[in-house]
Design a protein around this ligand. Structure first.
Ligand SMILES: [Zn+2]
Length: 173
């Protein structure tokens, strides 16, 4: 009996984070701090898997934008609109009950991304062009600093993303 109650409590708890995850991935207001979300992710396999799935979808779209071509930009805009539509459809009623609070970028988070970026860069230097899932594995990073760190490297011009048919890879510059 107690176990059943716990499971129900866990499921309800996750609903709140499912919504925050999609918003986190697209960089929108989450209704909670990153710290709160990450604390939950550390202990919840289901939500981590959700996050990975959303990030993979979103990373593919972001990779399009790195091409800087009008076609790439247009495709990303189209995909982003489709993703947002999908998010609206799957949005839970609980969304409305979460008060909007500005997300704070903590010093720890910045440090986490910076050190993750160095790790990724090291792996890319050692391995050359590496498919994204392999890179994530080799860098032994949690999913959440990984994409931000990879994005930071790309912004700094230290890494470049390639698309070969359906596979996305990164390479150090
Ligand atoms: Zn969860």
């Amino acid at each position: 009996m107690a176990k059943k109650n716990n499971q129900t409590a866990t499921k309800n708890k996750c609903q709140k984070y499912e919504k925050a995850i999609t918003h986190y991935v697209t960089g929108e207001e989450m209704g909670m701090t990153k710290k709160e979300l990450f604390e939950h992710l550390k202990g919840c396999k289901n939500c981590r898997r959700d996050l990975t799935e959303w990030q993979d979808t979103y990373a593919v779209m972001c990779a399009e934008s790195f091409s800087k071509t009008p076609q790439g930009q247009a495709k990303m805009q189209k995909d982003l609109t489709a993703l947002k539509e999908m998010m609206k459809k799957t949005s839970l009623p609980i969304e409305k009950s979460i008060p909007a609070r500005p997300a704070k970028a903590g010093g720890d988070t910045k440090w986490e991304i910076k050190s993750a970026a160095e790790r990724i860069y090291q792996v890319l230097k050692e391995n050359g062009k590496t498919p994204i899932p392999v890179l994530r594995k080799k860098a032994e990073l949690f999913d959440f600093p990984f994409y931000e760190a990879l994005g930071a490297l790309a912004d700094q011009g230290r890494a470049i993303l390639h698309k070969d048919k359906t596979t996305y890879s990164a390479e150090a510059r």
